[in-house]
Design a protein. Structure first.
Length: 461
């Protein structure tokens, strides 16, 4: 039935039209929409007889709501079919939402979970399909052109698909952090919310020591699949001309982007900021972990800047320092600090000789293309997330370490991390990690990989 009115069968009745007297008599005896009824189960037939007894006006204002499960082929067109057996009610139009809620609460054990999983599956499928679309475009452009062109194509497609990507990502985020209260923050008078979730340590068996196997194990349940799809959507939203996060972290299969490795690392924490409103808008993603400085350096690209086995040797008189970049009158394209001006950092030496943890900033990125960041006024929130991370670490007395990625790390450092609003918080510096065996020894160069050396950001406690 629709709108509380009975189904009209007059146009289906092959008999000649009834006279007014016949129509009146038939209406009193039986409502017109029940003329020549089909054969019904006993419970439904009883419900219709009860409805007919109240007369045509009462029947037109109400619905017969039956929660009977019936496999009879004649009931395929019944719009009020439910699984609750032998339950019959007469309810008004206003009570329909309450009935729907009641029907959900009385579902069989396990049914509600299946309904939730099924309702969220489209978001998972959409996120993965969009990721595959961007990944195919990026990888093809990388093979036929160069890295810069591939990043440009990925950013263009991410902008075009932003609406679908954001909708899928937001729905998946709400599922991943369901029941969690959002942390409230303020950025220059703009209130925003922060949601967090942690990575999980996957069981490592003999055949599950690699990242692919651990991620496959993580995807065995619906929550793991939602987290996996969320990371794929976040990687798409973070695509920029300077850097793409679509590529795999290691050699994992299937590819879901850079972020997915943190899902199976219990030391990692995802932090996503949102601008509240009628439609919440995701602003930034930050992925952090806490490790010893030795472990943190070793976890970076190509095994880190120090020689293999360096951490196993005795500390002795060894000194550590940071050869800064982007300094006045610096040398080369990076404007490196002169080697004779590099100063040993005692706080860094203490961290290298202890198991004290540092805060590793693994990922910090806007979750929207540049033009949409301005359109939705997300810039202040994105900036505040970095500043609050550095402030909190300084107050706790914890060092912060991160690797400057992308094809132009010096430009990135100059535009973001070496700006006064960042360096004034805790004296953050960017440069090459250097070490020497003693005060009178020369500084050793950092490990080189494909003519490149790693550039780090470091804020000491």
């Amino acid at each position: 039935m629709s709108g509380g009115q009975g189904l009209k069968r007059a146009h289906l009745d092959p008999r000649p039209p009834a006279t007014p007297q016949q129509r009146f008599k038939r209406t009193v005896d039986q409502p017109s929409y029940l003329a020549a009824p089909r054969r019904l189960p006993a419970s439904r037939a009883a419900a219709r007889r009860a409805s007919a007894a109240h007369g045509p006006q009462r029947a037109s204002r109400s619905k017969v709501c039956n929660n009977n499960k019936n496999n009879n082929n004649h009931n395929k067109n019944n719009h009020n079919k439910n699984n609750n057996k032998n339950n019959k009610k007469v309810c008004s139009k206003r009570s329909v939402p309450a009935l729907v809620k009641q029907g959900r609460s009385k579902a069989r054990p396990g049914t509600e979970q299946k309904q939730r999983s099924g309702s969220k599956a489209p978001a998972i499928r959409q996120a993965l399909q969009l990721y595959q679309e961007l990944w195919a475009e990026y990888s093809t452009s990388l093979e036929t052109e160069d890295h810069e062109f591939a990043c440009q194509r990925a950013e263009t497609l991410a902008t075009k698909r932003y609406k679908e990507l954001h909708a899928a990502g937001l729905e998946l985020l709400q599922r991943v952090v369901q029941g969690q209260a959002a942390e409230r923050r303020v950025a220059l008078g703009v209130a925003y919310h922060v949601l967090t979730f942690k990575g999980k340590a996957a069981e490592e068996k003999r055949n599950q020591s690699n990242l692919s196997a651990r991620l496959e194990k993580h995807r065995e349940d619906s929550q793991g699949r939602a987290r996996d799809a969320l990371c794929a959507a976040l990687a798409c939203l973070c695509c920029r001309l300077q850097k793409s996060w679509l590529a795999e972290y290691d050699d994992e299969v299937p590819v879901r982007g850079y972020f997915v490795h943190a899902l199976v690392d219990a030391a990692c924490t995802f932090r996503i900021s949102l601008r509240p409103g009628r439609q919440p808008r995701m602003a930034s993603v930050v992925i952090t972990s806490e490790r010893s400085l030795v472990e943190a350096l070793a976890h970076t690209d190509h095994g880190g800047p120090l020689p293999d086995g360096h951490h196993k040797e005795a500390l002795g008189d060894r000194q550590y320092g940071l050869q800064r970049i982007a300094v006045t009158q610096g040398k080369g394209e990076e404007r490196r600090e002169m080697l004779q001006e590099v100063q040993p950092l005692e706080a860094m030496r203490e961290l290298m000789g202890s198991k004290r943890h540092v805060l590793v900033l693994d990922m910090y990125c806007a979750l929207a293309p540049k033009e949409l960041v301005h359109q939705y006024s997300l810039g202040e929130i994105i900036r505040e997330e970095l500043m609050s991370l550095l402030r909190d670490a300084k107050q706790r007395g914890v060092a912060v370490l991160f690797l400057l990625g992308g094809e132009q790390p010096v430009e990135l450092a100059t535009k973001v991390y070496l700006q006064p609003w960042v360096t004034a918080i805790g004296g953050l510096q960017c440069g090459y990690v250097r070490w020497r065996e003693g005060p009178d020894k020369p500084w050793e160069p950092p490990k080189q990989h494909h003519s490149k050396r790693l550039i780090f950001g470091l804020q000491l406690p």
